[in-house]
Design a protein around this ligand. Sequence first.
Ligand code: HEM
Length: 500
Amino acid sequence: MFDIPSIALASMIISSVVFITRWFTHPLKSIPTAGRFRFRGLSYLDALYNTFYAKISMEAGLDKYYGSAFKLAMLDGWMVIVSGPGMIDDLRRRPTHELSISDGLLEYMHFDRYLSHASLYDAPHLQAVKMNMTVRKIKTMIPVLVDELRHVMDDIFPKCSSGWEEVQIFTTMQCVITRMSNRIFVGIPMCRNKEYIELATEFPPKSVKRGFLLGLCPHLLKRHVARWLNPFPLAVKQTLPLFSEIIEDRRSRTMERYDTWEKKPDDVLQWLIENASEKKHSDADIVESLFLLNLAATHNTASSLTQAIYHLTERPELISLLRDEIHPIIATEGWTAESFDKMEKLDSFLAECQRYDGVGMTSMIRKAMKDITLEDGTIVPEGALVHAAAYAVHHNEASYPCATKFDALRFLRLRTQADALGTKYQLTSASPDYMPFGYGRHACPGRFFAAIQIKLVLAFMILGFDLCFGGDGTRPENVDLGFNILSDPRGLMLFRQRPD
Ligand code: HEM
């Protein structure tokens, strides 16, 4: 009765009706789109383009919709971008039941499908950072961090004593930062355990790559593919045997002599073990928290450090400027928190590095937990991901004159002019004009730890080595991937030890 052409025609008509109906009733329809191909289906072409050129589309969107909201197609869905001080402040003020950071970050990285109940609902990794990475505690960590830095440099860095030696800088910095961070996370001996450190070092780049691949999957397939791409179970399975004895030993000592255990380890692992007993989390949950911590802590820090080294090498006059500041302070006062407080040029240079390219084009990623109306009347539907346009904020001429120019002492001048403004214009500041670490009550809780590690390593390099670009002698280009700005992971640098 029905011939094949009629069935094909009927199917085409039904699909078109479904497609058009869905397009016109799409919950994000009322938010304008920045991009060339505005129609659903064709927007995948924009998404493909935005994977590598999101900055260009973002600039086009900001030209038209600055101070309001627009959406950008990415391969893993639409992203709502807000800009302008009013809208950014609106994001900051929203309570978690309206805009959630943890749901936003997990969904953005596709980890919402990966994690245990403990990590998703109690977030011990986040509590651990808030409890253990306070400014006061970080001051006491500096001698320990310096000790670990010397150890890891001895272990993995070429001596460079008889001439220039070539180093792949990002992978080396990822190793250095992973070792230093884990000295504080798990202490000795585990921070020097080869198997654990290898797993912890390769985990963040692996997770980012797998998250990116998952983003390419259609929604219907994601849950199934996630089972194969999820990096957590394997990492936990491989790491658990390395930690089970230590966890058991520490747990029983904690229970037996909580008040009298004089040499109780003062690291994040100990905090996680005590918290796990209270919350009834398993050993696997503890190890999963360690991997979440490594993911949050090491990749951004190593990438920022690499960017800073590239900026410095590009401008040799800055190396002398910073050496002249750092050398007399360290020579008279040693490696202390107070010494680093005095290195104002170093702080300004690093704040400029974060402003100039940083690690992301957006910040303050949030998921709408229900339909909300932003202050300009934009309706953001439940489930949408909202980002603040950080790159635009950081390149706004009104806040940063000659914003396209790299100006290492810009923040020091701003700080001197605004003398009374306390901690404003510092590397770890968080404000509507400066948001590499986010802004508001959810601003990165690990930023003070990241800042001291970057300063330590950079000061160590500047005092100990001459440096220049390896490879073809030019600065390795940044790689834009989605909204991420990655320092070229293959970039080569040459180092030569300086005479004492
Ligand atoms: C240069 C290095 C780093 C950069 C650029 C960075 C950046 C950020 C940003 C932009 C956010 C989101 C803030 C917001 O949405 O308002 C964030 C959150 C977070 N960061 Fe960092 N971060 C860095 C290093 C670290 C380190 C070293 C740790 C841990 C020791 C850490 C732990 C976290 C955690 C746990 C969150 C989630 C906060 C929450 O859910 O409330 N980060 N970070």
